[in-house]
Design a protein around this ligand. Sequence first.
Ligand code: SF4
Length: 425
Amino acid sequence: MNVYDSARMADVLAPLGYGPADHAEEADMVILNTCHIREKAAEKVFSELGRLRKIKTARAEAGQRMILAVAGCVAQAEGEEILRRAPFVDIVLGPQTYHRLPEMVAQAARAGGAVLDTEFPAEPKFDFLPEPLAQGSSAFLSVQEGCDKFCTFCVVPYTRGAEYSRPATAILAEAAKLAQGGVREITLLGQNVNGWHGDEGWGLGRLIRALAEVPGVERLRYTTSHPRDMDDELIRAHAELPQLMPFLHLPVQSGSDRILAAMNRGHDRDTYLRLVDRLKSVCPDLALSSDFIVGFPGESDADFEASMDLIRQVGFVQTYSFKYSPRPGTPAAAMDQQVPEPVKDERLAQVQALLMEQTTRFNHSCVGREMRVLLDRPGRHAGQLLGRSPYMQPVHVKAAAHLIGTVVNLRITKVHPNSLEAIPA
Ligand code: SF4
């Protein structure tokens, strides 16, 4: 989501003459686009601001201005605090107001004082953004933002606000524009992407069906989805649309019903497993990835074992696992029975070892298989191109450079530590 947001900020600033710089030292403006999900996010922002302050001062001494902005979820959550602790920051803006960046830049340049804009404005920012500039053969497309689910560990409902779905017409127009610019693969984005809903009762499955008909769009993905919002239409889309890639990120967070309830996830283990069965029955080559939090308050050895068991049972081919760490203001931060750090470390190591084993096994099972691979850049060696398999694995192959930006049939021949090797099929 932040990659998409950063690209859109670049789009709104381009008419003002701003373009990307390689180093902060050369930049007339630096925007830190922040994420509040990871541990100690705010402290990392302050430490980075300390580094940028020195550059800003050095530029000022050389008679060059540098506008310093903090954007994203840390800005949303800690706006006042940022201005108090780092008064050299010129602009603080939340994720819902980056379409107003040009005004803020003008204001900061004029007044010389700090500008704070962390509102949740009534007008959706998407209505005010310029058309995206397509770059490369894969692109993100934001269709939904915000979350009303209030998992007890998560800050998103507080920093990104209530769920908002962009209208289907705007999404289809953006997809057409991207495809005309050479994009072949679109990943639909949203904090609760499958909670997307449009006019006339459209859900994400219906939207994907319409997107699959946009000329030039060959591959579609969506992330991040919630088990509660996987409806029949979306499951049918996996069965019927070859453009929808057979790789689904479906976060579960824990395999223990007790912990899932304490997390307020709104689903239990059995519901999740039944959902996976339904998906795999209509799309047998579907592979799944997930998110796990280990060491959530009150997680016993038995709860943790239930997570390990779920990972084996579903056979996730990839997973993002994290140690629980409290986020100020969330209910879980105030829960008793916080799990000691060494226990969390041990559990994280176990989860990651299991997942590494499953990912490796899956990669080896791909050898000999024919796959459609989107070639999107030159490889490290001469005459080599790099692409992505339907399962997001990096694949390299000896092929002519003019094939960049096309989807080709390849046969997987070898597994490397971080990629697959292939030959034309
Ligand atoms: S559904 Fe996802 S974004 Fe929403 S509160 Fe839960 S973890 Fe956070």
